[in-house]
Design a protein around this ligand. Structure first.
Ligand code: SF4
Ligand code: SF4
Length: 496
């Protein structure tokens, strides 16, 4: 365990007293040249970095009107100050959303507003000094871009967009984050975040087929690179090996098997995650997305379905068509893209799956709404489907389900603490402390309803919870995939 104190779980959430600078030391490793250059960024801090940063800020505020509006419209009402899980978990006032925004805003004011140019002290405007850049690097890597604060802001100011812009400015001067940029470079080179080449992927899938057969006596395929399959499944590479992700992948395979619909994974686009979003780079987000289009064309599929991954679904739902479309070569009967939850939910509605809920009777479940799914996407044909569909699928697969308190779920959900490109061990203290509000909500249903497990549909949430739950006294395997519950409950060979 790392060298910091895990916050105490209280019965009721408490807004902490501020402790100035308590997380100033928290910084992810800086990306070296070999992780910067494949993404089109300078390998190290450029000589004229201040001017390059100002130019980038001008470009971004010109290109993204929302960014300029967010920077101009904050009235310092304070409604967002206690809404960020990182403030609640760390007490550092710079983790209040408005203070985080102000790190960017005060430089923007100095360079791009009349008052900031001529009366900087009056309006809190400052130059981008080394000290300010240092604060940017620290605190814009303490924002998981979860958008919770924007729900409570009367002006809808989205700190996530400001944090993405700040990261893009830093990348443009050669100060990128190792974790995200190394991963994006791996996707370009090999096809997935893990750097898992085609033969290793094929072996892994074969192994999973054997596991399912040993367990059920039924041959269920996990096909790879099958030309002419109906459905291309794009899933986070964590689904290929990590727990509990892999149990979810086996669940998708069983659902396709029962539905009698041909499907395939792709070794070229073997990654749903798109870390281009975390670093605020539409160009890198587009390059990652184009791999999906290419795989769909090469394999000649009719539909694209995304597996359980929060930010991947945000990118897919909000940007896939504009970044990599048009997808006019796919079957127009189906939405592009679709989520695996929509697919399974539809089969359940049509009574096309037999689910034995008692198979999950060893668990009492709750559900964690992943922030990117909850606040940056929809699912299915009706508003709010991103909340109801996963819960419907869980309730169809198990007998015991209880939601966490209302102010911690749906659009008010708390981030797991590891989203937005922060799921790296060099940020372990931040991750543990940022998980506090979710852990308190979990404690509530554990104590009041005997909840034993929490389900999620995000690869990052699952990895984050498996790691941080033990810090709070929960078992690491008390986080489960939603399709893991489906996998346990599904009765194979029952439907024609
Ligand atoms: S987007 Fe989320 S992590 Fe970032 S400041 Fe807002 S609440 Fe905090
Ligand atoms: S809630 Fe909105 S307007 Fe109020 S301080 Fe926060 S960002 Fe500014």
């Amino acid at each position: 365990m790392a060298d910091f104190e895990t916050p105490e779980l209280k019965d009721y959430p408490e807004i902490p007293h501020i402790q100035v600078g308590t997380m100033a030391h928290s910084k992810p490793f800086v990306a070296k040249e070999q992780f910067q250059e494949p993404l089109g960024f300078p390998g190290e801090l450029v000589d004229n970095w201040q001017q390059v940063a100002y130019d980038k800020m001008e470009e971004l505020t010109g290109k993204y009107r929302s960014l300029a509006v967010f920077l101009d419209s904050c009235v310092k009402c304070g409604a967002c100050t206690d809404k960020c899980h990182y403030y609640l978990g760390t007490s550092d006032p710079k983790n209040m959303p408005v203070a985080r925004q102000d790190l960017f805003r005060k430089v923007y004011r100095r360079k791009f507003t009349f008052a900031g140019k001529y009366f900087p002290k009056l309006v809190g405007a400052v130059d981008l000094t080394e000290e300010v850049l240092n604060d940017w690097y620290s605190y814009f890597h303490q924002c998981s871009q979860c958008r919770r604060c924007s729900v409570y802001c009367p002006y809808g100011i989205d700190t996530a967009e400001i944090s993405m812009a700040a990261r893009e400015v830093m990348d443009s001067i050669g100060v990128g984050q190792k974790y995200c940029n190394e991963i994006i470079a791996k996707v370009y080179k090999i096809g997935n975040n893990l750097g898992l080449p085609q033969p290793a992927l094929a072996d892994t899938l074969e192994g999973l087929e054997e596991d399912i057969e040993d367990d059920t006596g039924v041959t269920v395929r996990l096909p790879l690179d099958v030309k002419g399959a109906d459905v291309l499944v794009i899933t986070p590479s964590a689904d290929f090996f990590a727990e509990p992700h892999v149990d979810g992948l086996m669940g998708y395979a069983k659902v396709f098997h029962e539905a009698g619909i041909s499907w395939t994974l792709s070794s070229y686009a073997s990654e749903a995650a798109n870390f281009g979003m975390f670093i605020g780079s539409y160009e890198n987000m587009r390059k990652v997305s184009l791999r999906i289009r290419q795989a769909a064309l090469d394999l000649g599929v009719k539909r694209i379905i995304f597996g359980e991954c929060g930010h991947a679904w945000r990118v897919a739902y909000s940007f896939l068509n504009t970044l990599a479309g048009p997808f006019d070569f796919l079957d127009p009967k189906y939405p592009v893209p679709q989520h695996i939850m929509e697919f399974t939910h539809d089969l359940i509605q049509r009574d096309a799956l037999t689910l034995d809920k008692s198979a999950n009777d060893d668990m009492v479940l709750t559900y964690h709404d992943s922030c990117n799914v909850a606040r940056a996407s929809r699912m299915g044909p009706r508003p709010g489907g991103q909340f109801t569909l996963p819960r419907d699928v869980i309730k169809a697969s198990c007998n015991h389900f209880y939601d966490m308190p209302q102010d911690t779920i749906h659009e008010a959900t708390y981030c797991c603490g590891g989203g937005g490109g922060l799921l790296t061990d060099d940020l372990m203290e931040l991750r543990v402390k940022g998980a506090l509000p979710r852990m308190e909500a979990l404690k509530h249903v554990v104590e009041n309803h005997g909840v034993t497990h929490m389900a999620a549909i995000c690869a990052i949430c699952k990895s984050q919870f498996a790691k941080v739950m033990p810090y709070y006294g929960f078992q690491m395997d008390s986080i489960v995939s939603v399709h893991q519950l489906v996998s346990n409950a599904i009765v194979l060979g029952n439907k024609q």
